[in-house]
Design a protein around this ligand. Structure first.
Ligand code: PHE
Length: 333
């Protein structure tokens, strides 16, 4: 048994205890604690021995022993904090497979807009965008639909609550992307060939194929000598790229005030036809209105409904799903 009553023996005890503690973890930590600091531990015994010491030694030795006790207690607390509780203590099983984080992706309408833009870009159209809050001049008048013309009823319009000097509302949420036809032509000399994706709004009752807000992509091509055959060729090629060569397409006459002749295109849907776009040859009055000579230039325009195209491509039964923000629907795409 080594002498435990000298300052040197305390120093030896300190070194030994700290060395052992350096590598202790888990259960070994508890073993260490009772070995040195426990009721029958080495330091406790040293402290007990103080009682029998001569008084002059007792004071300095006692102080040193108490300091050592503090040092060991602190070292133990540090080590325990550093090594931490054992995994088994917290009930954490690190071998279990982890939970997958939710992964975001593009909305199906955004994906469809991008696919449409890509198809049209490959066919030579340049992508431009325009304002959603429009002047009635661009939404209607410039498109050969003057104020008070009954054709304005074709679009159920959401007007902005502001009137001009005569008390007439002038600002609206655009009902289609067609106002960009005039905006682009006003700023550009022919030839032009642009595609305009964007949001549109209509004040109307919703059902499986109608929403009060939706997306369109407008197309416009104006140059010398453009014919109806080019419109038809462009739209068939577009349908082939988006729906594949097998899908049935219907092309027939329709009326829009800003085209002559006007047509619409429909795609085979559940044994019926679903209209996906209006189109036609740009009306001479629209060309004249933006300062193009209608004797010299001709062109075609089309405007398609993006949600309807997404519906057809994915076999979805109701257009209202797109804006319902339900992850069970959205995570399919
Ligand atoms: N703007 C028309 C609509 O929303 C579609 C259209 C665009 C028709 C271009 C002809 C030419 O109904």
């Amino acid at each position: 048994m080594p002498d435990t009553t000298t300052i040197e023996s305390l120093e030896a005890l300190r070194l030994e205890a700290l060395r052992e503690l350096e590598s202790a973890s888990g259960e070994a930590l508890e073993v260490w604690r009772s070995k040195y600091l426990g009721r029958k531990g080495r330091l406790t015994q040293v402290l007990r021995g103080i009682v029998g010491m001569p008084p002059d030694e007792r004071r300095s030795f006692g102080a040193a022993a108490n300091t050592l006790k503090e040092v060991l207690e602190n070292a133990f607390a540090d080590r325990a904090a550093a090594v931490g509780p054992k995994p088994a203590d917290t009930g954490l099983d690190v071998t279990l497979p982890g939970r997958r984080p939710l992964q975001g992706r593009l909305h199906p309408v955004t994906q469809t807009v991008r696919d449409i833009a890509e198809a049209l870009t490959a066919m030579g159209f340049q992508i431009v965008e325009g304002p959603e809050v429009e002047h009635d001049y661009y939404n209607f008048t410039a498109l050969n639909i003057p104020p008070d013309h009954p054709a304005r009823d074709m679009w159920d319009t959401l007007w902005v609550d502001r009137v001009d000097a005569e008390g007439n509302p002038r600002i609206l949420l655009r009902t289609h992307t067609s106002p960009m036809q005039a905006r682009v032509m006003e700023k550009t000399k022919p030839p032009v060939r642009v595609a305009v994706p964007g949001r549109c709004y209509r004040y109307e009752a919703t059902d499986a194929t109608h929403e009060w807000h939706f997306h369109q992509v407008e197309g416009l091509a104006v140059a010398e000598g453009i014919t109806f055959a080019e419109l038809k060729g462009t739209l068939y090629e577009f349908a082939r790229r988006i729906f594949g060569p097998e899908r049935k397409v219907r092309f027939r006459c329709d009326y829009f005030p800003f085209v002559e002749p006007g047509v619409d295109m429909a795609i085979d849907w559940k044994g019926e036809w679903l209209e996906i776009m209006g189109a036609g040859m740009v009306h001479p009055r629209v060309l004249a209105g933006v300062g193009y000579d209608p004797e010299k230039f001709t062109g075609f325009a089309f405007g398609m409904g993006v949600e309807r195209i997404a519906l057809l491509r994915h076999g979805i039964d109701d257009i209202r799903h797109f804006a319902a923000n339900d992850l069970r629907f959205l995570s399919q795409f």
